[in-house]
Ligand binder design. Structure first.
Ligand code: BJW
Length: 236
């Protein structure tokens, strides 16, 4: 593969698995234990906010306690090296944790939002939030009580920064998906969009994803080793 200058990386829960954060669809994963329709939809939140907020309080505590692993670190280092050479690594994550940032990545696009932020459904202002949320929580911006929700994207809601993502994808000369099952749209469609633009594609995953047939190339193994090896082969 010739040295790429503009790499689009899409990450999913598999990147944070070795940091102790659960994936969704693996055996024993979050959606194997909990019904996403009862926890990760606007309808679930409207019907039973306490249960939904408790679920995300538990997850938020896990994120705060977790630490970045070698996959997060390798991506941050590769972005810095590519930038020194006048290139760009665009990092689009489906993950709601902040482990890419804590490993040193800058300008991470969180298309499914961020768990360490809360959004007021009254004024729409987003506030950094590390504590538990409950129906007594008040919005620091407008003072409304009981209107704060995790700033994450639930099923049926529009993912964030789609225009920025599609523009970066169109300019890329390599598309890499790491630790994602390819089960959730629109992220799952990006590999086919890349192929339609003649951009080489590679998946790095523990096992073939739902989208495996769509990739030109694949490296199977834990992200903490497979991703650093892949980036090293690109001299990054
Ligand atoms: C390792 C590893 C290791 C393990 N190393 N690898 C078209 C067709 C069908 C349906 C739809 C469609 N378009 C839209 C839909 C509906 C829906 C959808 O996709 N449903 C499908 C389930 C069928 N999509 C939506 O509703 C989205 N909104 C939307 O489409 O708006 C309309 C619209 C958009 C654009 C244009 C026009 C209209 C919103 C989706 C929101 C997803 N939200 C969640 C929850 C976030 C909050 C929270 O964290 O609770 O996001 S669901 C969950 O899935 C989370 C994840 O970001 C997302 C993706 O999961 P991910 O990251 O891929 O994790 P896993 O567990 O699935 O996979 C992990 C992988 O890692 C596995 O392959 C492992 O093997 C691997 N792995 N350990 C490397 N150590």
């Amino acid at each position: 593969m010739s040295a790429p200058k503009r790499i689009f990386v899409l990450t999913g829960a598999g990147v944070s698995a070795e940091s102790g954060l659960g994936t969704f669809r693996d055996r024993g994963g979050i959606w194997a234990r909990f019904d996403p329709m009862k926890l990760a939809t606007p309808e679930a939140y409207a019907a039973d906010p306490d249960t939904v907020l408790d679920f995300y309080d538990h997850r938020r505590r896990g994120v705060v306690a977790a630490k970045p692993n070698a996959a997060h670190v390798a991506l941050a280092r590769a972005a810095a090296r590519l930038a020194e050479r006048g290139g760009e690594l665009f990092l689009c994550t489906q993950n709601v944790d902040d482990l890419h940032e804590r490993a040193g990545s800058r300008a991470v696009v969180h298309m499914h939002g961020e768990l360490l932020k809360a959004r007021c459904t009254a004024c729409e202002v987003v506030t950094p939030w590390r504590d538990d949320l409950n129906r007594a929580s008040s919005c620091p911006a407008c003072g409304s009580v009981g209107r704060m929700r995790p700033d994450v994207v639930w099923f049926g809601e529009m993912p964030m920064q789609l225009d920025t993502i599609e523009a970066a994808l169109a300019e890329a000369d390599l598309f890499v998906a790491v630790g994602t099952s390819g089960a959730v749209y629109p992220a799952a469609s990006y590999v086919r969009q890349a192929r339609a633009l003649n951009i080489p594609t590679c998946e790095i995953n523990l096992e073939p994803s739902d989208n495996a047939d769509a990739f030109d190339e694949a490296r199977y193994g834990p992200a903490s080793t497979a991703l650093p090896h892949f980036l090293a082969a690109l001299d990054l």
